[in-house]
Design a protein around this ligand. Sequence first.
Ligand code: HEC
Ligand code: HEC
Length: 497
Amino acid sequence: MKTTLYASGIILTQLFSSFSYASTIDYRSEKWLDDNLSKKISHFSLTGEPAKHRTLPSIHSPKAQLGKLLFFSKIQSGNFDTACVSCHHPTLGGADALSISIGVDATNPDMLGPGREHRPTAVNYDGGPTMPRNVPTSFNLGFWDTHIFHDGRIEAMLPVPYQNGSVGPISTPDSGIGVPDPSAGANLSHAQAGFPITPKEEMRGFSFAQNKSNQEIRDLIAARLRGELEPLQINNWPTLFRQAYNKPNAPLNEVINNHSIREVLGEYMRSQAFVENRWYNYIKGDKSALSLAEKRGALKFFSKRPDGGFNCQSCHRGDLMTDEGFHNIAVPQIGRGKGDGDSGTNDFGRYRETFVYRDAFAFRTPSLINVEMTSPYGHDGAFNTLEGIIRHHMDPFYSVALYSYDGPQANIQMGDWHSNTREALWAMFLQQTMGLSKLRSPYFYTETDINDLVAFMRSLTDPCTKSRECLAPWLVDDDQDPDGLRVYAVDENFNPM
Ligand code: HEC
Ligand code: HEC
């Protein structure tokens, strides 16, 4: 009896207090909001200038320009049908506007975004998309200091500050977690750029270089660019690499190799710094940069529960709004997954790397800068809207109970989603009760809370990411096609992108 009373007491205080907390922020004056936001800004040492102590290349540098051409070319895929840009297009926020991407064997390889489909006659066709996960944007890649990929399987081994573009030893899937990979290159971006060509569904394809190691695949692609693998009708890569490296007479394998290919792709991605937004302007002192709703959203984002906030910053921390850590928030598991669990279609996330329970179903905290531009959301694109993913954080059990897929791929594999997601939810519940989770759900919330948080998310968009004209330096010109293999991207209505 006593315990029941006690429990209902807690529930009642929780209910009562959370509603009244929400109102403290909702009904305060603009001046009160500004004053409290400035306290948060100084408390969390926000600068609004994440690029300040970083050396990032200009898109006009020779290596970034060459990397761009390679990023847009299908030459790196085994069967010449997929390029990096097939899934990371600048006009799609550095992503692909799909929940789960489709790489090789697309019905129309140049069609990007909704409408891109897997060819019914292709190997492993099952009606739905072929990759296991949603694409993280290539934008702002140069701001990540420790972990790349949803499960952080590329990792900086020393917690040193990012200096001069170099992060020290890096471990990758080639070396295994905790072991430095000598071929990783100078930074996380260079390290990453060596991996997309290796999975069959992504770029390698189902007939090229089967049963080869990752390094053998890279060496074959480098040989192809040098013109040594098969006859190519047009091949300007030798000239372009010699120019970018300013080594007009060097032997070809000195300028086109695993290292240089990773480097130019990495430099192109590191040049994609899109960090001008209204929130940063506000941090830097322009109090008129945000609307009232956006200010309320910001304060709710940075305030703790007792102050009427949701403490989003406990995971989405700092100027980049990520702790680069891993958390299980039990986003519904849809699609083909990573081969985990009884179903074989689940995705254990960070646990796949570390095998500790804390990491079961945990995924890397995404940066929220430009998040408006990269729907769908979650590691598998389970939510099509900002509102959907934010509501989900508030009460994952409730969100999953009501879940139905509302994204752009009607044919997504949903057969096991319920049992797979149930596993993630129970893991989350246990992690929470064991004190291993920073997610304090369920949160009681009002519709104003959701609207304010969504409004705040929209203030994080760099206007350049919305303008084709502004993005032009990161796009290739019509006359730029060094091998006759570039992607001429079109949307589902065949309009050029
Ligand atoms: C078929 C679609 C597809 C293609 C083609 C593709 N990617 Fe990706 N990319 C993805 C997906 C999906 C992920 C997430 C994988 C994961 O986390 O397990 C990803 C992750 C990344 C990341 C990590 C970003 C981050 O924040 O962790 C970078 C960088 C990247 N890709 C660059 C490239 C480059 C460079 C190429 C070309 C060499 C390329 N991608 C080709 C789909 C693709
Ligand atoms: C416990 C840590 C944690 C807290 C607290 C948290 N998030 Fe998240 N958030 C995550 C993780 C982890 C993901 C990615 C989940 C996945 O990939 O499946 C995510 C995803 C998101 C996304 C989707 C981004 C994308 O690119 O897919 C948005 C938007 C977001 N969070 C906003 C918020 C807001 C607003 C709050 C506060 C109400 C919040 N988050 C609180 C960890 C957290």
